[in-house]
Ligand binder design. Structure first.
Ligand code: ZN
Length: 510
């Protein structure tokens, strides 16, 4: 039997830190359910001290996971962070606290302003402090990729003595080369007393496009846990993509002496879910989950694949859950059929929420006859977006054309249940709509990105609009909206982005 490599997912923590990818608790729960279906070993659910929303997400995900997965909360090497994490994990069946400190010369000197001795002392102290609350304590040596080998070994040895069960060696800045990073892990395996008492973890960033290669180099040299995210979501150029490392281990298990327990058939669904919720699209040529990952356009390749799949295809598309969209439902499908299909897609809805999605579904089925899985996902996400909205859309009316002046009349309902209407003109219909919405919502923002994508094929497909707005403090918020009419999708998307901005600013004020 090959070595089991634990998969530690940090889509909800590191992934959420990518600009514009912030999620609310309900959205995080939907993703957490999919992570459980994938069979991840650890879910890093958030950074509880950072906001009340993060605290609540960790608490609810811990409740959801039961004993199916370890739920982990991030902290700095600060007692009040650890108190907050322990509090959020109070009723967790398999709790883990993830604490740590910067260990590279640059982090110690310029960020923390501490000496090496002080660094070791603080590392040991935070591990010992977390250990008072939970048995399972993971220590991260931030910026380990640029640290001194001997000093890194000294810190790791000390924290294992203090009780760390997992030691995370991150390449925080995505700086390393794979061979060098592997050598670093090997050095620790050979020079740290007691290393056999802890699991060595790798957490690599993709700044040079090598996160997957770095993680695999780590595994080859002794790491037994990989930290990663769906679609490689994460700060800057992102984190290691779970679908990539897991499929690479699946293909090369013997050589790497490694396997994972991930149900790879859930990858496409997970990828779509994360991109739909965060508004961070996946490039068509992305490995494993991109739209073109299994498309063959050259005649020679097509001929080969038709004769025998593995001539040009190393992965069977079915292995990652890729396949044709299924026509699942029509206007004649009942409540029960919809509920059943939604459950298969991972959404558990009952009562009022189910009724709302059913109504939206009938509406859509009337217009476009065939409703695909992607359409259903879009309808459910749309409902969830409305759920947490401070302002909801009551109506939008546009007049435009030549030689008309594009004019929009928008009617919104606010949280006090008041209905407000505003009218504005602009350079185009979307501009006029945004101005009308701003007249009502009155929150400073800059629209920095606008894109439209069709959810499925065909001229009658739902149009999904993604909008990014920037707040005056530089924070970015993503909004999405889907409808058969793209002016309506745009209004929904813009409103969704503003709602997120408002929710977030209120959440931060506590
Ligand atoms: Zn990271």
């Amino acid at each position: 039997m090959t070595r089991k490599i634990a998969i530690f997912d940090t889509t909800l923590r590191d992934g959420e830190q990518s600009p514009g990818a912030s999620m609310n608790t309900e959205e995080k729960l939907v993703i957490a359910r999919q992570l459980l279906r994938l069979g991840v070993d650890v879910i890093e659910a958030g950074f509880p001290i950072s906001s009340p929303g993060d605290f609540e997400s960790v608490r609810r995900i811990a409740e959801l996971a039961g004993d199916q997965a370890t739920v982990c909360a991030l902290t700095r090497a600060v007692e009040k962070d650890i108190d907050s994490a322990a509090d959020a994990l109070k009723y967790c069946k398999r709790p883990r606290i993830h604490t740590g400190i910067g260990v590279s010369p640059s982090h110690m000197r310029d960020k923390l302003r501490i000496t090496e001795d002080e660094c070791v002392e603080r590392a040991v102290k935070c591990v010992a402090y977390a250990k008072k609350y939970v048995e399972d304590v993971e220590f991260y040596a931030e910026d380990a990729g640029r640290s001194d080998y001997a000093f890194l070994a000294r810190v790791i040895e000390a924290v294992i003595k203090a009780g760390a069960t997992v030691v995370n060696i991150p390449d925080t800045t995505g700086y390393s080369l794979p061979e060098e990073f592997g050598a670093r892990i090997e050095y620790l395996m050979n020079h740290v007393d007691g290393i056999e008492n802890a699991t060595v973890s790798v957490h690599c960033h993709n700044d040079l496009g090598m996160a997957t290669a770095l993680s695999l180099a780590g595994v080859r040299c002794g790491a037994a846990q990989i930290e990663c995210t769906i679609n490689g979501l994460g700060e800057r150029a992102g984190n290691t993509a779970m679908e990539e490392v897991v499929m690479a281990i699946k293909m090369h298990g013997e050589e790497l002496d490694a396997h994972t327990d991930i149900n790879t058939r859930e990858f496409i669904k997970a990828s779509r879910l994360v991109s739909s919720i965060t508004g961070m699209g996946v490039q068509a040529n992305k490995a494993i989950v991109g739209a073109n990952a299994f498309a063959h356009s050259s005649g020679i390749h097509q001929d080969g694949v038709l004769k025998k799949r593995d001539t040009y295809e190393i992965i069977d598309p079915a292995d990652v859950g890729a396949g044709q969209s299924q026509i699942v439902l029509t206007a004649r499908s009942g409540h029960a059929a919809l509920k059943h299909r939604l459950e298969e897609l991972g959404y558990e809805l009952e009562g009022e929420p189910l009724d709302q999605v059913y109504d939206a579904f009938l509406n859509l089925a009337d217009k476009k006859k065939e409703v695909y899985d992607e359409d259903l996902e879009s309808l459910v996400n749309e409902r969830e977006r409305n759920e947490s909205a401070l302002y909801s859309l009551e109506g939008v009316q546009i007049s435009c054309g030549f030689p008309l002046t594009p004019t929009a009349t928008v009617t919104l309902r606010n949280q006090a249940d008041q209905v407000v209407t505003a009218c504005e003109f602009g350079t185009g219909p979307v501009d006029a709509m945004c101005k009308a919405v701003n007249k009502i919502v009155q929150v400073d923002n800059d629209l920095t990105e606008f894109s439209v994508q069709s959810v499925t094929r065909g001229i009658d497909a739902l149009g999904e609009v993604t909008i990014r707005v920037t707040a005056p403090d530089g924070d970015v918020y993503t909004g999405r909206g889907a409808d058969g009419d793209i002016v309506v999708s745009s209004t929904k998307a813009y409103l969704n982005a503003l709602n997120r901005l408002l929710n977030d600013k209120q959440g931060k004020r506590g």
